[in-house]
Design a protein around this ligand. Structure first.
Ligand SMILES: [Fe+2]
Length: 394
C-alpha cells in the first residue's frame, strides 16, 4: 500500500481530539439552571460578564481555520455564558498552601464537573510550571501521558507530567476537538494553565463546546451514516531522520520501534513500516459514539473532521505542499476506506463552531475539562501565549 516517497512535511501541527453527546436528546438549558452551590467555602463564583469576550473573534472565512469557508459557519465566536464554563475565584488566603488548594479545588470539581463539564479556577497562587505540577498532583487524579498523541506536544522543561499545550505556529487555528477522540487511548480530563496572559486584541482564545449540544444539533442522517460505516483513522509518521516534526519518535515518546509495536499490537491497530524510509503507517476503525465512563450515557466522541487531511491542507504548515491523501500526518475515511463525503465533514465542523463559546484568559487561570464532554480548540494569535497542559486517566 505504501510507496517510498520523501516525506515532504514542513512543520506540521495537530491536536488530539475527543467529545461526547447523549444519544437521548439532551436539550436542557444550563444557562437557566441555578448554580449548584451559591457560596462555596474559599471560592467566589465569577459572574458571566467577567468572562465575556472583549473583542470579536471572526470564524467564518477565517484564514487557517479548517472548514471556515463552508456552509453554516457562524460569523463570530460567542462569549461564555452562565455555567459554561463554571467559574470560581479563589479567595485570598496567603496561609493556604498549593497542595491544600488542590484538595479544595478537587472538592469543587467533584460537585461541578458532572453538571457543568468545564470548571475555571482564577486567582490560585500558581506562578510557574512547578506550581502547576504540584497543584495538579494534589488534585488526586491519576495522571496519564501523551503516548501515541497526534498533537505537536512536548513535556515542559524539567517536568514529567506537565506539557506545553501545543507547539503549533501561532497563526494556525486548532479545530474544536476532544483530546485523542481518534483513539481508544485518551485522557478523561484535560487541564490547562495560563502561564502567559494573551493580549485579547491579538487573539489567543481557547473556544469550548459541549459535545451534548453538538450531538443534539447534528443531522441524524449524518450520525446514522457514521454509525453504520464507522470511521477509519490513518496516520503516516516519518522517521525523525527525515523530519522530526510529527515523527513516530515524537508521537510515541521513544526512539525504540519495538515499544511502538508493543503499543500498536496492544491496541490491535494495523501497521506497516515503510520499506526504505522507516516511516510508520497505521490504521484502525472506530464508531462515532461511545459510553461515558461516569454517566453511562451514549456520547458523541469522535473526530472524523479533526483527523481529516483537510485539517492540514488548510494550515500554514502545508502551504504549497501537495501529497497523496494517505501521506498527510492523519486522515479519515469511512471504515471501508472510501472518502467521507465533504458535506459530512463540513456539517460537523459548522455545528461545533455554532455552539462554541470563548472567554478571556487571565494569567494563572486553570481550567479543568471533562474530556469526554467538552471539546476545546485554539484561535490564532499574535505575540506570546503559553498554556500548560495536564492529562488524567480518570
Ligand atoms: Fe487539544
Amino acid at each position: 500500500m505504501l510507496t517510498s516517497k520523501l516525506f515532504l512535511l514542513r512543520n506540521h501541527s495537530r491536536q488530539g481530539t475527543r467529545s461526547i453527546l447523549c444519544w437521548t436528546t439532551q436539550t436542557r438549558s444550563l444557562a437557566s439552571k441555578p448554580q449548584i452551590f451559591e457560596n462555596p467555602s474559599n471560592f467566589t463564583p465569577i459572574p458571566p460578564e467577567d468572562l465575556a469576550l472583549q473583542f470579536k473573534h471572526r470564524l467564518a472565512g477565517r484564514k487557517y481555520l479548517p472548514g471556515s469557508q463552508g456552509k453554516g459557519f457562524p460569523e463570530f465566536l460567542t462569549s461564555a455564558r452562565q455555567g459554561f464554563p463554571y467559574a470560581l475565584r479563589a479567595d485570598s488566603a496567603d496561609h493556604v498552601s498549593v497542595e491544600k488548594w488542590g484538595q479544595l479545588c478537587r472538592e469543587q470539581l467533584d460537585k461541578a464537573i458532572p453538571e457543568y463539564n468545564a470548571v475555571l479556577f482564577r486567582n490560585l497562587p500558581l506562578f510557574d510550571a512547578g506550581d502547576f505540577a504540584k497543584f495538579t498532583s494534589s488534585l488526586g487524579y491519576k495522571p496519564t501521558n501523551y503516548e501515541g498523541g497526534t498533537g505537536n506536544r512536548y513535556l515542559a522543561e524539567g517536568e514529567t507530567e506537565v506539557y506545553l499545550s501545543t507547539s503549533d505556529p501561532p497563526d494556525f487555528n486548532i479545530e474544536l476537538h476532544n483530546e485523542m477522540a481518534c483513539s481508544p487511548v485518551h485522557p478523561k480530563k484535560v487541564m490547562f494553565f495560563c502561564l502567559t496572559e494573551p493580549n485579547e486584541e491579538w487573539g489567543g482564545v481557547t473556544p469550548l463546546v459541549r459535545n451534548s449540544e453538538v450531538f443534539a444539533q447534528l443531522d441524524p442522517e449524518v450520525v446514522e451514516k457514521l454509525v453504520e460505516r464507522q470511521i477509519r483513522y490513518t496516520r503516516y509518521l516519518p522517521d525523525e531522520k527525515h523530519n522530526p516534526y510529527a515523527s513516530w519518535q515524537q508521537s510515541f515518546m521513544t526512539g525504540d520501534p519495538k515499544k511502538v509495536e508493543e503499543y500498536l499490537k496492544r491496541e490491535k491497530f494495523n501497521y506497516e513500516w515503510e520499506k526504505g524510509t522507516g516511516n510508520l503507517f497505521y490504521w484502525y476503525s472506530l464508531p462515532p459514539l461511545a459510553t461515558h465512563p461516569i454517566t453511562g450515557r451514549k456520547i458523541w466522541f469522535t473526530q472524523p473532521n479533526v483527523h481529516h487531511n483537510t485539517y492540514y491542507k488548510e494550515s500554514p504548515m502545508f502551504d504549497g505542499v501537495t501529497l497523496p491523501d494517505h501521506m498527510y500526518p492523519t486522515h479519515t475515511t469511512y471504515g471501508d476506506g472510501s472518502e467521507i463525503d465533504p458535506e459530512v465533514i463540513e456539517h460537523i465542523r459548522a455545528t461545533g463552531w455554532r455552539n462554541a463559546v470563548g472567554f478571556p484568559w487571565r494569567k494563572r487561570d486553570v481550567i479543568v475539562l471533562d474530556n469526554l464532554a467538552v471539546q476545546h480548540g485554539r484561535l490564532s494569535f499574535k505575540g506570546d501565549r503559553q498554556l500548560l497542559a495536564y492529562l488524567t486517566a480518570e
